[in-house]
Design a protein around this ligand. Structure first.
Ligand SMILES: [Zn+2]
Length: 238
């Protein structure tokens, strides 16, 4: 499991702008520094993520897209695609899977990073995982296997030149458990820069930096790294 990853193309798929930056941006920055093309796919429009009573949803959508673009730049990413599904209402549908399959077949990633849909809640830590996160993770896993792989899934995509693709490795963010820790000591400042870009979400960056530092230290330590990000890694036998 500890075999290092050297992907050429990485695709991160998440529900909201900022999800990937909290969970995986140190790792994604490291892949980019090592020469990979790193892409983000953000499924919802982030239109519910504000407590500002004077801010309209349409303004928030624009603000959050811009913030996500800046975060992608901060980690050396190559592109970000927004699918624009309404925030807070995400369902695991065939239409969503088709949208994700289209991106997978276009970019042909070696590594797909998404959120672990098995993470339903943590009684210990007192939280319920956002349903959009679970839906995004589930739809992405279903898209990687079997839908992106099978040419007879979505025959209209195939007819239009979206050829099947097998993704060898999936990294799932799951904040309770991991079987793979990535050393982000050298990219931790990029991660902080990416989170700084999400001004509408991260009000107090110094406070965020404090708990992110603690968390990265706790995850990294057992693997012998100063800072780490943890994942459930699946290498598909195909
Ligand atoms: Zn989120």
């Amino acid at each position: 499991m500890s075999k290092p990853l050297k992907p050429k193309v990485v695709l991160g798929v998440a529900a909201h702008p900022d999800d990937l930056d909290f969970g995986a941006s140190g790792t994604m920055a490291g892949f980019a520094k090592a020469g990979a093309d790193v892409h983000y796919l953000i499924i919802t429009d982030g239109s519910k993520g504000s407590e500002d009573l004077n801010l309209s949803s349409s303004d928030l959508i624009k603000i959050r897209e811009e913030e996500q673009r800046n975060a992608v730049k901060a980690i050396g990413g190559k592109s970000v695609t927004f699918l624009g599904y309404p925030d807070g209402e995400l369902e695991v549908t065939l239409a969503l899977k088709k949208d994700i399959v289209k991106v997978i077949r276009t970019l042909k990633p070696d590594v797909v990073i998404t959120m672990d849909p098995a993470m339903l809640y943590s009684a210990e830590r007192g939280f319920i995982n956002h349903p959009d996160h679970r839906a995004a993770g589930q739809a992405t896993l279903d898209s990687v296997f079997p839908l992106a792989r099978d040419h007879m899934a979505f025959p209209d995509l195939f007819a239009n030149g979206y050829l099947p693709h097998k993704t060898p490795t999936i990294l799932l963010t799951n904040f309770d458990s991991n079987n793979f820790v990535v050393d982000i000591t050298d990219t931790f400042t990029d991660k902080i820069a990416a989170l700084k870009a999400h001004k509408s979400q991260v009000g107090d960056i110094e406070n965020a930096k404090k708990w992110l530092t603690e968390m990265a230290g706790m995850i990294g330590e057992p693997a012998g790294y100063k800072y780490g990000e943890g994942f459930v890694r699946i290498d598909l036998r195909q």
